[in-house]
Design a protein around this ligand. Structure first.
Ligand code: ASP
Ligand code: MG
Length: 424
């Protein structure tokens, strides 16, 4: 008998109908002879609604109470799901993250899992029950407070439980049929992949692809847990994400490019008129680091000989823009720059694929596609298996489609289906 961990996202359990539909799928998996552990997210946009509510009560929600509030979302869906399963004549028991043994550090709102001790889940399974676990939450090891794992954290809960229970597979059910060569909301001709390497998936996630969280893929890679991303709305097989291609190496050689990701959640700061002398970049980025802001791309221009001044630009999450600007303003005299420019109308497009390591010309074709689409490039950064550019945000969708077509990724069959979700 196999042990399967299934995770259902908020759009799959958005209402009573959704919960009943998911309950049937779970029961089917059980009837097929599996032991089934289910991780569930909060219904629909519940988490966002709880955050809105908290902000109305207090503009700066406190860590501990904020986590206490947000975990309520997952508790609602886990209990309802257990009831719906019982209604189908099967035994299900729901567990909070804490009861399921998800032990975290004590960093509220973005806790990291440090141990998983799923004793109660094992017992439930051994007694023939289906175990339902609230995603996105745990309990801190030292203070025993309730914590949350950061937005989208239910995927990480699922993979962590799959690893701790030595599951055969972690199935992540979502509102699209799998991992696509681009966001199907933007590219109608995006193609579903049957398999993608953890390595490429990590890079896509880091570049803005939202189908799987970076942390979840990282966890799965470390513990060698195969993930099967699929839709809870259709019976179709989805995309396998794993370290090794189940079909053997021939396929790996074949795919040069895995996909195109885009991200419109970043902003760009330009520090104008920085003296071109050793140590300046160090002071700027120390200032940013001390403000606990994560940066992404960096570009420094050559200084004009006449002035000896240069400009340094970098990108960062929009949500951290104010923190960074405030910190830089305070350090203006120490750094000695002229002015700051803040631009939140940027977008990033990334082409990802391990095959680009050994295939010359990928970069040239990428830039050609952008040029043909009339898209102007503002910043460029690369890794061994990725090329990213920053453009105007208005150009992003067009650019993604152009690059997708240029690399022959367009499907010639049906349009990609998006079954649900508000995309919030
Ligand atoms: N409900 C949480 C969120 O919306 C966790 C999750 O969906 O994975 O971020
Ligand atoms: Mg959610």
């Amino acid at each position: 008998m196999g042990l399967v961990v299934q995770k259902y996202g908020g759009s799959s359990v958005a209402d009573a109908e959704g919960i009943k539909r998911v309950a049937k799928r779970i029961v089917d998996a059980k009837k097929n002879g599996n032991q089934v552990v289910v991780v569930v997210s909060a219904m629909g946009d519940t988490t966002d609604e709880l955050i809105d509510l908290a902000e109305q009560v207090s503009p700066i929600p406190a860590g501990r109470e904020f986590d206490m509030l947000l975990t309520a979302g997952e508790r609602i869906s886990m209990a309802l799901l257990a009831m719906a399963i019982a209604n189908l004549g099967h035994e299900a028991q729901s567990f909070t993250g804490s009861q399921a043994g998800v032990i975290t550090d004590s960093v509220h709102n973005k806790a990291r899992i440090i141990d998983v001790t799923p004793g109660r889940i094992r017992t439930a399974l051994d007694e023939g029950n289906i175990a339902i676990v609230a995603g996105f939450q745990g309990v801190s090891q030292d203070k025993k407070d309730i914590t949350t794992l950061g937005r989208g954290g239910s995927d990480t809960t699922a993979v962590a439980l799959a690893a701790a229970l030595d599951a055969e597979v972690c199935e992540i059910y979502t509102d699209v049929d799998g991992v696509f060569t681009a966001d199907p909301r933007v590219v109608k001709k995006a193609r579903k992949m049957d398999w993608i390497s953890s390595e490429d998936m990590l890079e896509l996630a880091a570049s803005g692809s939202k189908v799987l969280l970076h942390r979840c893929v990282e966890y799965a890679r470390r513990y060698n847990i195969p993930i099967h991303v699929r839709s809870s709305f259709s019976g179709l097989p989805g995309t396998w994400v794993s370290n090794e291609n189940p079909q053997g190496d021939a396929q790996v050689e074949h795919a040069i490019i895995s996909g195109v990701a885009h991200d419109i959640s970043e902003a760009k700061i330009t520090v104008v008129g920085v003296p071109d002398k050793p140590g300046e970049a160090a002071v700027i980025f120390r200032t940013i680091a001390n403000a606990e802001v994560n940066i992404d791309m960096i570009v420094q221009n050559v200084s004009a000989a006449s002035t000896g001044l240069t400009d340094i630009s970098f990108t960062l999450p929009k949500s951290e823009g104010h923190k960074a600007i405030d910190a830089l303003k305070k350090a203006k005299d120490a750094i000695g720059f002229d002015s700051l420019r803040y631009d939140d109308q940027i977008g990033k497009i990334s082409l990802v694929g391990a095959g680009m390591k050994t295939n010359p010309g990928v970069t040239a074709s990428f830039f050609q596609a952008l040029s043909d689409a009339g898209v102007n490039i503002e910043l460029i950064s690369t890794s061994e298996i990725r090329i990213s550019v920053v453009t105007r945000q208005d150009d992003v969708n067009e650019a993604v489609r152009a690059v997708h077509t240029a690399f022959g990724l367009d499907s010639d069959s049906d349009e990609a289906v998006v079954y649900g979700g508000t995309g919030r």
